[in-house]
Design a protein around this ligand. Structure first.
Ligand SMILES: NC(=O)c1ccc[n+]([C@@H]2O[C@H](COP(=O)([O-])OP(=O)(O)OC[C@H]3O[C@@H](n4cnc5c(N)ncnc54)[C@H](O)[C@@H]3O)[C@@H](O)[C@H]2O)c1
Ligand SMILES: [Zn+2]
Length: 377
C-alpha cells in the first residue's frame, strides 16, 4: 500500500515598515498581536540595543502599559530579557535554551508571542528557540540593524552556528510578523550600519539593476549613515527578499539552487576562518567582490560590470578584500561545506550581467586564485 499526497499551506508573511514603534501612539505592534487569541507574550532584546537605544526594555514595557490603559486588549507582557547580540549570540545554544525555558516558565502557548528585538544574529537564535518550543510559538521580529531589516528578518530561517560552521543547526519557520523601525538605526555603529548594504548590492546584482543605480547615486550619503537616503534601499531590498520567499517557489530551500546566497560560499567560510570577527555583511561584500572577479576571469561577466559592482561596494565603504582569502585551500574547502549544507550537487550562483545570473556546478581553483590576486590591495 502506498499513499502520496501533495499539499499546500496558506502561509502569510507580514512585514511592516514604521517609525517610533514604541511610541504609545504607534499601533503597528498592536495591529499584529491584538485579537489573535493570545494571552501572553515574552520579549528578548539585544544587549547592544538595550545599552544604546531609547526603544529598549523599559520602552517596550511602557508601551504595553499605555496600550492597556487605553483599553486595548493585548497579551500580558510576562518578561523582557536582555540577551547578548552579535555573532557570539549564535555560537552556542544559550539563547535558544533561554527562550525555551522562558516559554515554559511563563506558560507561553502556541498562540502566545515571542517578541525579539535586535540584530540578525540574536533574531536567528531567539527565532530558533521560538521554533522549537511547543514545535513553534508565534515570533514577532523587530530587526534593529540595516542587515536585519533588509535581509535577515525577512527570511523564514532561524539558526545557530555549530562546529565552527555557520547556521549548522536551525529550523525553517515563518515569523508571525516583522516590524521594522528606522529609529533603531540611529544607535547602530557605522561599521554594522554599512555592512547591511552588501545584501542590498547582492540582490540588486541578481534582480534589480535599477537598485544598483540607486545605490551608486546614494552611496556617499548611505556611507555617512543618512537614514533618509538609506531607507529606500533597505525597503526595496526587504521587498525583493520577501518576493523571493513568497513567490520564488522554494521558501524552505528544497532545491539545490540558492540564488540569494550569491557571494555567500566564501563569505560563510571567511566568517568562520576569522573566528567570526568579520561581520556577516562585510564577509558578503568580500564574497560578492570575489565572485565578480571570478566571473570576469572565466568570461561570464564583463569587466565593466564587475568593476561597477566592486566600485559600488567600495563607495559604500565596504571591504572587498581580506588577507584570509589568500588561503585558497581553506577557501575552496568552503565550497565543499556549502555543497554539504545545500545537499546534492554543488550549485553556485554567478552573475552574467547586472540583474542576470546562472548556476554553475563547479568552480576552478586556479581561477579563484587569479580572482583573489586581482582583488589584493
Ligand atoms: N535568517 C536569515 O535568513 C539570515 C539572513 C541574513 C543574515 N543572517 C544572519 O544575521 C547575522 C548578522 O546580523 P546583523 O548584521 O544584524 O548583525 P548582528 O546581529 O551581529 O549585530 C551587530 C552588532 O550590533 C548590535 N546592535 C544591533 N542593533 C543595534 C542598534 N539598533 N543599536 C546599537 N547596537 C545594535 C548588536 O548587539 C551587535 O553587537 C549573521 O549571523 C547572519 O548569518 C540571517
Ligand atoms: Zn547573507
Amino acid at each position: 500500500m502506498r499513499f502520496e499526497e501533495t499539499f499546500q499551506l496558506p502561509l502569510q508573511h507580514r512585514v511592516v515598515f514604521s517609525s517610533a514603534l514604541l511610541d504609545p501612539a504607534n499601533g503597528a505592534l498592536r495591529d499584529v498581536i491584538a485579537g489573535s487569541g493570545s494571552r501572553r507574550a515574552i520579549a528578548f532584546i539585544d544587549e547592544g540595543v538595550e545599552r544604546t537605544n531609547p526603544q529598549g526594555a523599559r520602552a517596550l514595557a511602557a508601551w504595553f502599559d499605555a496600550q492597556s490603559r487605553a483599553g486595548h486588549a493585548l497579551p500580558d507582557l510576562c518578561s523582557v530579557d536582555v540577551v547578548p547580540g552579535g555573532e557570539a549570540a549564535k555560537n552556542d545554544s544559550v539563547i535558544v535554551d533561554q527562550v525555551i525555558a522562558a516559554t515554559e516558565r511563563h506558560a507561553i502557548d502556541r498562540r502566545s508571542f515571542v517578541i525579539a528585538i535586535g540584530g540578525g544574529a540574536m533574531l536567528d537564535a531567539v527565532g530558533l528557540g521560538a521554533a522549537l518550543a511547543h514545535r513553534g510559538v508565534r515570533l514577532v521580529r523587530i530587526p534593529t540593524t540595516t542587515l536585519a531589516m533588509d535581509d535577515a528578518a525577512m527570511g523564514v530561517k532561524n539558526g545557530i552556528n555549530r562546529f565552527g560552521k555557520k547556521n549548522f543547526v536551525g529550523a525553517f519557520a515563518v515569523p508571525w510578523a516583522v516590524l521594522c523601525d528606522d529609529t533603531y538605526l540611529t544607535t547602530l555603529d557605522s561599521r554594522h550600519f554599512r555592512a547591511g548594504f552588501s545584501e542590498a548590492v547582492k540582490i540588486a546584482c541578481l534582480r534589480d539593476a535599477a537598485l544598483l543605480g540607486q545605490m551608486e547615486r546614494d552611496a556617499s550619503r548611505i556611507a555617512a549613515r543618512d537614514i533618509r537616503a538609506s531607507m529606500p534601499t533597505i525597503i526595496r531590498c526587504a521587498q525583493l527578499h520577501l518576493e523571493h520567499i513568497t513567490r520564488g517557489g522554494d521558501p524552505f530551500e528544497v532545491r539545490e539552487a540558492r540564488p540569494l546566497d550569491f557571494g555567500h560560499w566564501s563569505a560563510h567560510k571567511l566568517e568562520s576562518m576569522s573566528d567570526f570577527t568579520v561581520p556577516h555583511g562585510e564577509a558578503v561584500s568580500i564574497g560578492i567582490a570575489l565572485d565578480c572577479a571570478y566571473a570576469r576571469h572565466v568570461g561570464l561577466l564583463s569587466a565593466p560590470d564587475a568593476a561597477r559592482i566592486t566600485d559600488c561596494l567600495r563607495a559604500l565603504h565596504l571591504p572587498t578584500w581580506h588577507p584570509l582569502l589568500e588561503d585558497i585551500d581553506a577557501m575552496t574547502h568552503g565550497l565543499e561545506e556549502f555543497r554539504e549544507h545545500l545537499g546534492g550537487v554543488l550549485t553556485i550562483t554567478q552573475l552574467t550581467a547586472i540583474g542576470a545570473s546562472i548556476d554553475v556546478h563547479e568552480m576552478d581553483a586556479d581561477a579563484i586564485r587569479a580572482a583573489v590576486r586581482s582583488l589584493a590591495p
